[in-house]
Design a protein around this ligand. Structure first.
Ligand SMILES: [Zn+2]
Length: 146
């Protein structure tokens, strides 16, 4: 699986989230492969996507969502924690965490991704990934009729 986004992003050169992110934001933490696809799905849908931090070392994605989301978040694919003081990609504080904040181009910046939309996109993306994995290989075998 290739990691990447189909959309352009601006890099925010900072260890801290962009200032627009509410200090009491919730933070959804998810694996990079699932998270990137879900974020791309949101962008493709035309949904607002706020700043995102990705960590290539630990393959994690951190997505700030609106305040008040932590206690509502129930998902097998990810968790949602209060905004940490240090923005390592895991609550246990991985050492050497190297991540970058990225934002979608546009003015003004979106403060945070909508938790409900993100939850939905993660669920849909995970379902499509797992059904793709469980599909017998020759399902789409092309037959040359020439
Ligand atoms: Zn990390």
């Amino acid at each position: 699986m290739t990691l990447g986004s189909d959309f352009p992003w601006n890099i925010a050169l900072s260890e801290r989230p962009p200032a627009v992110v509410p200090s009491d934001a919730g933070v959804v933490r998810v694996g990079l492969a699932l998270g990137l696809r879900a974020i791309d799905a949101l962008v493709a849908d035309g949904s607002d996507v706020g700043p995102v931090k990705y960590c290539l070392l630990h393959h994690r994605l951190l997505v700030p969502v609106e305040p008040g989301s932590v206690h509502r978040w129930r998902a097998a694919h990810s968790d949602c924690v209060p905004a940490p003081r240090s923005w390592g990609c895991d609550a246990s504080g991985y050492r050497g965490c190297s991540g970058l904040w990225v934002t979608r181009p546009g003015i003004p910046l979106i403060e945070a991704t909508a938790a409900e939309a993100l939850h939905d996109a993660l669920s849909r993306t995970r379902a499509s990934l797992s059904s793709a994995l469980s599909t017998p290989y020759p399902r789409h075998r092309q037959v040359c009729r020439a």
